[in-house]
Every structure is written in C-alpha cells, then in structure tokens.
Design a protein around this ligand. Structure first.
Ligand SMILES: Cc1cc2nc3c(=O)[nH]c(=O)nc-3n(C[C@H](O)[C@H](O)[C@H](O)COP(=O)(O)OP(=O)(O)OC[C@H]3O[C@@H](n4cnc5c(N)ncnc54)[C@H](O)[C@@H]3O)c2cc1C
Length: 376
C-alpha cells in the first residue's frame, strides 16, 4: 500500500531544502547572466549549514527511504543549488554497475560525466558514430568523434564515452577517458536558452588513445536502465520550477498591501487547474521512486514508472510555465523577476533524459507489448 504522508524525518529534510532553496534564489540571476560560469561546488552560505544530503544519509532509516527522500529534496530546488551534487555523474553510476572490481576501485572517487549524444545521434543512440579501433601493438583504443551536450563535463574528472567498435556489427563500447588524456579536446560551454548555470560542454576525440584497462564491459540495455533513477529526478527539477512559477503568479496577480485584491474566479480556476496538474505529476514522481525502492533501479516496472514520471513531469512543466506566462502579461518578460528565467529553464526538462515523445514510446511499448523495432 502506498502511503504519501511524510515521516517526521522527511519533513525535516524538506524544511532544510526549502531554506537552502530560498538562499540559492539570490544567486539565480547571477548564474543566468554569467553563462560561462558553472555553479560553484558550494555557495558561501553552505559552510555554516547542515548539508541535506548528509542529513539524509544519517537519518535514512527514519525517512520514507533513500530514493523517495532524495527526490523530495530535488522537488524543492528551482534555481542554482547550494551545493553541486557530484553524485549526478551518470558515467560513475555505469562504472559502479558494469565495471570490474579493479575499475570500480580506480574510479570510485572520481566524478564521471556521460557522453552518448552526437550531432545526429540524440534520441536514437544507435546512430552513434564515434569510432573506437584497437591498436594491437600497444593494446590501446584509438577514439575519434564528436560529442555534444555533455552535462557536468567541466566539473567532472573524466567522462564515460559510448563509441562504436570498428568490426562490422560490433556492439557499443564504453570507455572512461580522464581529463588530460591527449586527444580529448574540450570545446566550450554550450550557450543555452535556459538552465544557463548547468555545466554542459561539447568535446572532440582526435586520435584519443585509451588503455584497454579503461574499457568498461557494458551491456547497452543495462546501461540505459541506469537512467531509470534519473528520469524522475529530472521531472522533480521541472516541478520545482513550475511550483515557484505558480506561487509567483498567484502572488503577483493578487497584489500586496493597498494593491491587494481577491483574484477573479477565472484566474482562481486557471491556477487551481495548474496546481492540480502539478500535484498529479508530483505523485507520479513519488510513485516512480517508491517503485524503484521496491523493485530496484533496473527493473521493468521502474523503467515504465520512470518514463511515465518524466513524460508527465516534462509536459506539466511546459504547460504550467506557458499558462503562467500568459496570466502574468507584461510581468512575464520583466527581468526584474525570475519568471522569464523559469519559463526558459522549464523547457529543457522535456528534452534531456529522453524527450517527452521518447518516454511516451517507452511506456507505450511496455503497456502494449511491442518491441522497439515494432514501435520506434
Ligand atoms: C542541457 C542538456 C544537457 C544534456 N546532457 C547530456 C549528457 O550529459 N549526456 C548525453 O549523452 N546527452 C546529453 N544531452 C542530450 C539529450 O539527451 C538530447 O538532446 C536528447 O536526447 C534529444 O536528442 P536531440 O537533441 O538530438 O533531438 P532529436 O533526437 O533530434 O529529436 C528532435 C525531436 O524529434 C522527436 N523524436 C525523435 N525521435 C522520435 C521518435 N522515434 N518518435 C517520435 N518523436 C521522435 C524528439 O522527441 C524531439 O522532439 C543533453 C542535452 C541538453 C540540451
């Protein structure tokens, strides 16, 4: 039986996260305007405050569980976070899942980004063209290609690159490439419409030599399953932004002091519908994390729930942000407020970690019993 009431420990964590989010808000415009800067490891105010993730680690037994409590924290952060979460490096997760014991030891304390996407290979990773050829003389792999939109690249110690072997029909290969490896040529921070503080880089591989010891023996299907836990987190980020936008819209339209006036029935109705949409999406995120706790990250049930929460969360963020902007009128575009930034930020959550369309395909295949070949 699912119980959505928070434990006392959950509620304490949420309160901590709300306080941190309120402080981090002050930095939101700064990092929006300074596109080449990535968020610092922690904001100055963080050092005198308990770290919610650490508190979660210490009190996990009293919470609703590590996964649910973690996403409850994410649901509170709309803007730059007080602390950059190094654990988000998806490359590190894949090494933990598929690496040998020796590789796990060697890379355990490193943050590894993940690079699958290339020009022409986004939603369909089968189109990846980055090549890997084994040089039998040195037992090194020689990689060539271009990767784009790599999250956390600048702040990471290295990157897990997905490439194609040179043999006909060879499966995908994965390599850990550490920063400083000759031939790993990093380009620039990608200029983006929104989430400008989000570390996102393009890079090239030019005859980049990687030792065989850095090849991770991945299973592509299992590799993709390691994203299951991240999809609801991304949806939660989208919902954090949407909620701030709803609250801002309500406050602006109601006015303050002598300007305060009851909202019209039409505006109340429109806001109530958006709040209901937000709550429904939030519940799909919590349900997905509940399923993950029960069945594990790579299970088929978690895959479907995760894709559902991402599809619903991403679409809800788009709808909520668009309708709030329409209600706000000229206030929507004023840089005096964060609404226009939140509107720009919200769009990405329906794109990365699988676009809305791709996540709906995943759900449809599972529900209708089709293979990727039959419904793709
Ligand atoms: C800020 C940011 C950070 C990112 N971080 C990373 C990262 O760390 N690592 C990484 O590897 N990638 C990363 N990405 C890439 C991201 O995963 C891709 O942008 C995403 O998968 C979409 O791919 P695409 O941009 O090539 O769009 P396309 O795949 O070209 O899609 C274009 C449109 O077509 C639709 N579409 C595509 N195929 C289908 C289909 N079969 N059926 C129906 N509709 C379809 C899509 O839904 C979309 O609307 C990041 C992207 C951004 C913007």
């Amino acid at each position: 039986m699912i119980d959505f009431s928070l434990t006392e420990a959950d509620a304490r964590l949420v309160a901590l996260a709300k306080e941190e989010a309120a402080i981090a808000h002050r930095y939101a415009r700064h990092y929006d305007l300074s596109e080449t800067l990535i968020e610092p490891l922690e904001l100055p105010e963080a050092k005198d405050r308990p770290d919610p993730l650490q508190v979660l680690g210490e009190t996990v037994a009293q919470t609703s569980g590590a996964q649910i409590a973690n996403v409850l924290l994410v649901l509170e952060f709309a803007d730059p976070r007080m602390r950059r979460n190094q654990a988000l490096g998806l490359g590190s997760k894949i090494v933990e899942a598929d690496g040998s014991e020796e590789q796990k030891q060697r890379f355990r304390n490193k943050t590894l980004a993940i690079a699958i996407t290339e020009p022409g290979a986004g939603s369909d990773p089968r189109s990846v063209r980055t090549s890997a050829r084994l040089d039998p003389k040195t037992n090194e792999w020689v990689l060539n290609g271009e990767k784009i939109y790599c999250s956390y690249f600048e702040g990471a110690d290295g990157v897990l690159v997905i490439a194609r072997g040179s043999e006909e029909g060879e499966k995908f290969l994965a390599f850990v490439i550490e920063k400083g490896t000759p031939g790993l040529v990093d380009a620039r921070q990608v200029r983006k419409m929104g989430i400008r503080a989000w570390d996102t880089k393009d890079f090239f591989l030019r005859d980049c030599r990687v030792p065989e010891a850095n090849r991770i023996d991945v299973d592509f299907k299992r590799t993709m399953a390691s994203f299951n836990g991240n999809r609801p987190r991304i949806a939660a980020m989208a919902l954090a932004i949407s909620w701030d936008l709803i609250e801002f819209t309500r406050a602006q339209l109601a006015g303050t002091g002598s300007d305060a006036a009851p909202l019209s029935a039409e505006i109340e109705y429109r806001l109530a519908r958006l709040e209901a949409l937000h709550e429904a999406a939030r519940l799909t995120v919590l349900r997905s994390k509940w399923t993950e706790q029960r069945d594990g990250t790579a299970s088929a049930s978690t895959m479907v729930e995760a894709a559902m929460s991402k599809a619903i969360g991403g679409a809800a963020a788009r709808q909520i942000s668009q309708e709030c902007m329409a209600m706000l009128g000229h206030l929507a575009v004023s840089e005096e407020f964060l609404a226009e930034k939140w509107f720009r930020d919200a769009r990405i959550f329906d794109i990365f970690e699988g676009t809305g369309e791709i996540n709906r395909l995943i759900v449809a295949r599972a529900v209708l019993g089709y293979s990727a070949r039959e419904l793709g």
